[in-house]
Design a protein around this ligand. Structure first.
Ligand SMILES: [Zn+2]
Length: 481
């Protein structure tokens, strides 16, 4: 009975308090951030020589914490070609070995990227992008979480890898390199956490969580622990986040969770400094993270919700907002006179439905302002325009792969208002129009750009013996949600 009580106590005690004092935790968090985000570290840019200072600092902290090395080294090196130069990247990995002889062969990654944007010369002076929130805050958090997990080692059945990833800002390069190696290393990674920008807890009034639906019961587990720790969850997104290292794992079917306090710091600006961060809030993140990892480290099985991962990584339907600008003019048939173009704009909602790895159907609904400079003056047409296009693209299995595409389809147009300064012509146009669209473009992650030629096929002149057609060219940017 007594033994059972002790066991129960050792299970629940650390859930409420770390093994070392809260004061020490706060001091450590502040020290990590002020060091990594100091000017002398020069913004830890991927491919910048000064980044080695961050590598040295993080490895020394791993050593002090007592994390184990893999292959006698904390540093996993990789190489990356950028233009004509070869960049030598470094992920920094510390191991906390699980206590169960079988389950210790399964791993949970607790990761945060340590690189930032480096420095630039502005007006003759060196401007350093210190990246305190992005992402010295995440690195500080994973180091301190690792220490707590090491203290709970006896009852942590699975192994944990504490990883400071390199090259995130340059396109998730360090985490992709690590995930790439997994295929040959056959490490069984059951789940991955990415801490990216966790220094604005107070301002955000809590924490944002993504991706917990990628394991079975994940939503339930995390909401219970957050409630237990008294941590408000401000936004909760079931999908795996695509803008940070979680994506490198999600896309190879590894459940991946993103923990952040949002984009509230001076994001990617030189002002992202250590004095702006909420260290008490970061301590709360450490508590939450160590409790979630402890729980997952002890579950009998961690089952990936593969259906959900697939849906997150490669959504069948994307919807977004489009803005376009270009030129437009009327062409007249059988008349020597040709109207001159005017600037045209358009905005609308675009959906994209994946039909095959290289084929998409793209319906859209736009408001459009077109027009023309005619011999009677400038006319403007305001229209509502439904569109139905097909995109034939280079193949892609998920959103992280850029695609280029050709676009082919048609549009309808209802001209609800035609205005022209003193032009009798403005009364002479039909309110209905239709035509074909031809274009080309590219999409990367959730941003799409295209150049589209809109070729009106319907005569919109209501004058006898006169034919005019609306033609335009538009550069469109679509941001999918
Ligand atoms: Zn970041």
């Amino acid at each position: 009975m007594f033994k059972r009580l002790i066991l129960l106590l050792t299970y629940f005690l650390p859930l409420t308090a770390p093994m070392y004092g809260q004061d020490e935790l706060l001091i450590n968090l502040r020290n990590h951030v002020t060091t990594l985000a100091s000017d002398s570290f020069s913004g830890r840019g991927f491919g910048f020589p000064e980044k080695q200072m961050a590598v040295d600092y993080i490895t020394s902290q791993y050593r002090r914490a007592g994390f184990s090395e893999i292959n006698n080294n904390y540093v996993q090196e990789f190489f990356h070609f950028s233009g004509s130069s070869l960049i030598d990247g470094k992920n920094i990995i510390g191991l906390i070995e699980g206590s169960d002889p079988v389950l210790k062969k399964e791993y949970i990654i607790v990761g945060a990227h340590y690189d930032h944007l480096g420095w630039k010369i502005w007006g003759g002076a060196k401007t350093v992008y210190n990246g305190a929130d992005d992402n010295a805050s995440g690195v500080a958090t994973i180091i301190e979480t690792g220490k707590i997990l090491l203290n709970r080692k006896e009852r942590l059945k699975r192994s944990v890898l504490i990883i400071a990833f390199d090259g995130e800002e340059a396109g998730l390069i360090g985490s992709s390199a690590f995930a790439e190696n997994l295929k040959t290393d056959s490490l069984k990674i059951k789940a991955m956490f990415s801490l990216d920008m966790v220094g604005m807890f107070g301002k955000n009034m809590g924490i944002d969580l993504n991706g917990f639906s990628s394991i079975k019961n994940g939503d339930k587990i995390v909401s219970e622990i957050a409630r237990h720790d008294g941590i408000p969850v401000v936004t909760y997104d079931r999908r795996i986040e695509s803008r940070t290292d979680t994506w490198s794992f999600g896309k190879i079917n590894i459940p991946a969770f993103y923990i952040t306090t949002g984009l509230l710091s001076p994001f990617h600006k030189p002002e992202d400094d250590s004095n702006l961060l909420d260290y008490e809030g970061m301590a709360k993140v450490v508590t939450l993270l160590s409790d979630i990892v402890t729980d997952m480290g002890n579950m009998d099985t961690i089952e990936a919700n593969e259906h959900f991962i697939k849906k997150s990584v490669d959504p069948l339907v994307l919807t977004g907002l489009t803005f376009g600008a270009g030129t437009n003019h009327l062409t007249y048939k059988g008349i020597f006179y040709s109207a001159k173009p005017v600037i045209a704009i358009e905005t609308g909602i675009t959906s994209q439905i994946k039909l095959a790895s290289n084929l998409y159907f793209q319906p859209a609904l736009f408001y459009e302002m077109t027009g023309s400079n005619t011999e009677d003056g400038k006319i403007r047409m305001h229209s509502v325009s439904p569109r139905f296009d097909f995109l034939i693209s280079t193949p892609a299995d998920d959103l992280s792969k850029p695609i280029i595409f050709a676009l082919l389809g048609g549009f309808l147009r209802y001209n609800f208002a035609v205005t022209g300064k003193g032009s009798p012509m403005s009364q002479l146009y039909s309110d209905k129009d239709a035509g074909i669209e031809l274009g080309a473009g590219e999409r990367y992650m959730k941003l799409q750009m295209s150049l589209v030629f809109k070729y009106g096929l319907k005569n919109i002149s209501t004058l006898m013996n006169s034919e005019s057609y609306n033609r335009g060219l538009s550069f469109q940017i679509t941001k999918f949600f």
